[in-house]
Write a protein that binds this ligand. Sequence first.
Ligand code: BES
Ligand code: MN
Ligand code: ZN
Length: 498
Amino acid sequence: MEYTVTNKAVTKFKSDCLIIPVGPSAALPEFLLETLPEATISAIKACIKLGDFAGKAQQTTIIAAPEGLEAKRLLLLGTGTDQPLSIVALAKIVQSAISAVKATGAKSLSWLLSPTLLDGHSVDEQLRETVRLVDAALYRFDQYRSKKSPATVTRCTFMVEAASTSAKQAVVEGKAIAAGVALARDLGNEPPNVCFPAWLSELAHSMGKQYDKLKVSIVSEKQAEKLGMGAFCAVSRGSEREGQIIVFEYKGAKGKPTALVGKGITFDTGGISLKPGSAMDEMKYDMCGAASVFGTVKAVCEMDLPIHLVACVVAAENMPDGRACRPGDIVKTMSGQTVEILNTDAEGRLVLCDALTYVQQRYKPETVVDIATLTGACVVALGSHAQAVYANDDALSEALLSAGKQTGDRGWAMPLWDDYQEQLDSPFADMANIGGPKGGSITAACFLSRFTKESRWAHLDIAGTAWVGGGKGKGATGRPVPMLTRYLMNTAKTKTVK
Ligand code: BES
Ligand code: MN
Ligand code: ZN
């Protein structure tokens, strides 16, 4: 897919479909009146008068062979308001525009960007986000079908007033983030018989070869045992497939790194505390935290960001087996703290705690963010619109929330109060791995907080946002790659200013 930006005249530009966002007011905005020829304006007005188009949010109306334009079709895209849009509203209209385009045979698109479409965002910002959103809307995962669906759109050109260097850079960034999101979705959607820890390591190695600034190292299950990662090994032991800890180091700047740690349970059966059968296939998505780490690394490499990043994926399969850990087992973590495993289905925190200790000891990061499909309770609390954001540092929490607002990949701050900690008390070990039925997402975060005391740390519970469940629309969303990449881009910016 090719994305470009041009300041060529809209009237002269050839494409299969020109997309124009229009609000509900019959009086078209000044900007459109100035840009479009008389004949096109009359055609749009006729559509409005006939009642074919009212500018309602996500409404789409196609005018074939529009007079005055070289484009083969004109797609009127309802914005639902004459006021500037939020990024979340933009995501929705981009989705409906692409659905309408897919129903035609259009291969090339042109997209007229209105300078004031987005609330509080520059045109460059609008460009960057629209590239990403168009790409996400065109995404499909069909490599396991014997009959592939025919290619749809292959080119999208954004029409702007000035195709400045910064506009071009915005397109490059949009493409980089889109590539990261697509990678995260691909990895999430891969079946669990293909995507398992060693397969992820292979992929990491090939990325290491692709990008100069990227180094890859692997901690094998044997090495993990030697390092004293009793919790990680307890989970991984139940699988025939070897668990692995994959560490990327991207050196685009000097100084202490920011570290990401992603939960990569390539399949979560629950282990001996076996999950019920219904929708168990969706537990292939239990590596979406890891997938988002892969996606973020890809985006960072593609953008060549001036940051120092350590990105870790803790990969294992949670299976019931003769060697699997059992409820009641007590294990010693790499940190030295002991854990009584009361439920083998609370495996995410067990693999994460050792990976967190490893990354902190080895790389002394300035900030650590872990990302995990950690608890069903998080889905109950926040549904699928926001990921839970926990942090032991208010500025870090704020930075992640604001990156979420900027991209529409939103988070919501959750409490990490000490009051919740006692739910993890165990009569036999330093702590239990579950905290009872109340506040399940919070007690899981409290568990992790015991392994990150020395660091500026945040935890994202993405159980509700990483994939869409259910029937035909099932699939990975690529979240929170947009939030994470924006967070990292923002840290790069503040550092250059200093
Ligand atoms: N991977 C699951 C969390 C999950 C469940 C994410 C459903 C998305 C949808 C995690 O490993 C798990 O099983 N958590 C348990 C914890 C419980 C045993 C304390 C859960 O949420 O039920
Ligand atoms: Mn589980
Ligand atoms: Zn899990």
